[in-house]
Design a binder for this molecule. Structure first.
Ligand code: AMP
Length: 277
């Protein structure tokens, strides 16, 4: 596996694959890799001639009081993990490489970016769509892989590709969890021992809420999650998926999505399901 830090070198490495009309898989990540990222990469490796994983903590998707500086980083460890699952190129650019110009074109992600995580993270999804568009332009993948853990991000990227006619297939990958049900996340390292013990109750509570979905009530659901996890609920919402609209009678595909604050970390989780299944 090659570790590449510049766009020019990356495009040189990909040139033979473009020339041969090969399939190129892209797995965008912010690094500090875990089994969730590995699952995306494995799918990409099995489905493409060459796989690029990007490893870049994107500053434009972090708000001023968020954890950009503290976000865990370890490129050497990431290189081992990515290489183990057959990634061909790990693209780990600097901020200057990705953002050489100040004050250029930015993104406005629209209404679906203002709800759920977007309500407490203003501008977050504008930054996500900006960096994903750059990566799509730089790599020109056939298929790009995204986790359903970040379901709102995935829905917005599907809209981006649709609305801007990008010739890229988006492959959603189900959430990878610890054995106790906690969704794997690079940020789980920030949980205290006590929080780590209670955090799996977030998913358990979502599962039990899913069973009583016809009586879904925000206030009761919030209280139930807070009692089970000892955290503070940011939001708990039941919406249609993937369009993230209030549920109408005819909707069959729904998402129950939540975000929870602990002392030094904000966890997200969701269940995407078909009504009646
Ligand atoms: P991140 O490095 O957190 O930005 O995540 C990079 C990609 O991996 C995103 O598409 C995430 O949705 C995906 N991902 C992160 N954690 C998980 C997980 N536990 N299960 C499935 N996909 C995940």
């Amino acid at each position: 596996m090659k570790v590449i830090t510049t766009i020019q070198e990356l495009q040189q490495a990909l040139a033979p694959y473009y020339a041969a009309n090969n399939t190129i898989g892209l797995v965008p990540t912010m690094g500090y890799l875990h089994e969730g990222h590995q699952t995306l990469a494995k799918a990409a490796v099995s489905e493409n001639d060459v796989v690029v994983m990007s490893d870049f903590v994107n500053p434009t998707q972090f708000g001023p009081n968020e954890d950009y500086e503290a976000y865990p980083r370890d490129l050497e460890r990431d290189a081992r993990i990515a290489s183990d699952v057959g990634v061909d190129i790990l693209f780990a650019p600097s901020v200057e490489e990705m953002y050489p110009h100040q004050g250029g074109i930015t993104f406005e992600a629209g209404a679906a970016s203002k709800i759920l995580c977007g309500a407490t993270r203003p501008g977050h999804f504008n930054g996500v769509l900006q960096v994903v568009t750059k990566l799509f332009q730089i790599v020109r993948p056939t298929t790009a892989y995204f986790g359903q853990k970040d379901a709102q991000q995935l829905a917005l990227i599907e809209m981006l590709v649709r609305d801007y006619h990008m010739p890229i297939t988006i492959r959603p990958i189900p959430i990878v969890r610890e054995v106790d049900g906690l969704a794997k996340s690079s940020r789980n390292v920030f949980l205290s021992a006590e929080e780590r013990k209670l955090a799996p109750n977030l998913y358990k509570t979502l599962q039990s809420l899913q069973q009583t979905i016809t009586q879904f009530d925000h206030i009761a659901a919030k209280a139930q999650i807070e009692a089970a996890t000892n955290g503070r609920v940011d939001y708990i919402e039941l919406l249609s998926y993937p369009d993230l609209q209030p549920v109408k009678e005819a909707d069959t595909q729904l998402i129950l999505a939540t975000a929870l604050y602990y002392d030094n970390v904000r966890l997200i989780d969701n269940i995407i399901f078909t009504v009646g299944e």
